[in-house]
Write a protein that binds this ligand. Structure first.
Ligand SMILES: *Cc1c(COP(=O)(O)O)cnc(C)c1O
Ligand code: SF4
Length: 452
């Protein structure tokens, strides 16, 4: 097969990788590097890990984290729970519950009540984006923007490692009613056939690339062989390039995965891997680079996106380096997101004004070819809101905003203004400029056109 790299190169990359090991809050004591952590850091794994999911694998542990740079290493902060991710009260409550040997049930109740306070389902996604087929709601599928459908395949609702900031953390904590998941590809196909306005299906999770090739292929084959001429783009949202690039290089089913990609491309659909890349370190290993090379050889496009995260990638240098490196490897920078208002947002969040400054500083440093990236952008109730900048209109300082995506497509690409606020970190902290009573889209949202 033409994807396959020189034999020598692949086996060398594969040899360097140990057998796959996975760690969670249940076996974290077996992490070989644990002795490099102070007592407080270990305690945080247990206490924060009781509320927010914790998981990582040997690749992240051995090849991405720089253990001489603990606790500041960005990949360490990206995957290991930090004490400050919970507010003091919550941390203390769990600490005391565990110490005083409360019953499992009592602890579970406490954990659940804390999770409920962490806004598990922001942006109204439980009730607002649910599509329906013959009057029946389709769970595990979201239709928020006219052209685009999100599909959450049941077997793809976990990840190789969990990001500490994860906005989808409720997927991973074992509460079934919080989870988006479905196996119903036939229902998706029927829905698509009734909705000619939809051009894009995004497989998302969790991480759909965690599925065996044979399972992913069953979903994708069904889509490309069904009669849906208006379906143009199949996207797969994934963190696997960062957390387990072996998937494309040395795993048993790597070659059949690449063949599946080729098949999609030759069927005439555009296949895009929406790669979640948080830090340039993820691109630094030979195996990650080889994975990118192989994916691109199939005709698949790689687009990159990540939130801007305090303690992890909140420097213009980091982003400029990341975008340059991505372009060099043939990836297309796509979005810089703001951290969503869920989970540990207070720890990872960056104020909007600072985010815009940082984005601009990075954007200025790269050539036009990397300026395909858009942001910083908030995925909130009305849509994706981009912070365009700070300006002054008739003596009033304002934030200029723009809708990159809207629940109502007519809202898109329409600049609007909020009162300047240096501390605001999310849309709901902003108020309209010029003493307007509300933002232009709010009335329509309130009327509830969009709720089920
Ligand atoms: C970002 C996003 C998409 C994809 O939007 P594009 O602008 O087409 O990339 C789809 N659904 C939801 C809910 C999103 O937040
Ligand atoms: S890879 Fe995505 S879904 Fe998985 S933990 Fe990270 S942010 Fe969450």
């Amino acid at each position: 097969m033409r994807n396959v790299a020189g034999e020598g190169q692949v086996s060398e990359l594969a040899d360097r990788q140990d057998t796959y090991r996975s760690y969670s809050v249940h076996n974290y004591e077996k992490i070989p590097q644990l002795d490099k952590l102070c007592r407080e850091q270990r305690e945080a794994i247990e206490i924060v890990g009781a509320v927010l999911p914790f998981k990582l694998n040997s690749y992240v542990l051995e090849q991405l984290i720089d253990w001489d740079n603990i606790p500041d290493d960005p990949i360490f902060r990206l995957t290991f729970p930090q004490k400050e991710m919970l507010c003091e009260n919550h941390y203390k409550a769990i600490y005391e519950a565990l110490k005083s040997n409360k019953s499992r049930e009592e602890i579970d109740r406490l954990v659940h009540s804390i999770r409920l306070q962490l806004n598990p389902h922001p942006a109204g996604q439980m009730n607002y984006n649910v599509p329906d087929l013959n009057g029946e709601p389709l769970s595990g599928i979201q239709h928020k923007y006219r052209e685009t459908i999100l599909f959450f395949p049941k077997q793809g609702q976990t990840c190789h490692a969990y990001c500490t900031f994860c906005f989808r953390w409720p997927q991973f904590v074992g509460v079934n009613s919080w989870k988006f998941a479905t196996k119903k590809i036939d229902a998706l196909i029927k829905y698509l056939q009734e909705h000619p306005e939809v051009t894009d299906v995004i497989f998302t999770g969790g991480d759909p690339m965690i599925m065996k090739t044979s399972i992913l292929a069953a979903y994708i084959d069904a889509l490309i062989t069904a009669d849906i001429p208006h379906l143009q783009n199949i996207r797969i949202g994934t963190k696997v390039l960062g957390y387990w690039p072996q998937k494309f290089v040395s795993e048993k089913d790597a070659d059949s995965l690449l063949m599946l990609f080729e098949k999609v491309v030759s069927s005439g659909k555009h296949l895009a891997l929406m790669a979640h890349m948080t830090h340039p370190t993820e691109l630094s290993t030979g195996i990650a680079r080889e994975a990118i090379r192989r994916i691109r050889n199939t005709g698949t496009e790689i687009r990159t996106q990540s939130p801007l995260l305090r303690h992890i990638n909140d420097s213009a240098e980091t982003w400029a380096t990341m975008w340059r490196e991505q372009v060099l490897l043939g990836c297309v920078p796509y979005y810089m997101f703001m951290v969503r208002d869920t989970g540990a947002q207070h720890y990872f969040g960056v104020p909007l004004v600072r985010a815009w400054n940082l984005f601009s500083e990075a954007y200025k440093q790269v050539s036009g070819i990397a300026r395909t990236v858009r942001g910083p952008s908030m995925s909130c109730m009305p849509g994706k809101v981009q912070i365009m900048g700070v300006s002054k209109v008739r003596e009033e300082s304002v934030l200029v905003l723009n809708m990159l995506q809207g629940r109502n497509p007519d809202w898109v690409n329409r600049p609007f203004f909020a009162k300047y606020d240096a501390d605001a970190a999310w849309m709901d902290e902003l108020v309209p400029a010029f003493d307007e009573p509300r933002f232009f889209f709010e009335k329509e949202l309130e009327v509830g056109h969009f709720a089920r």
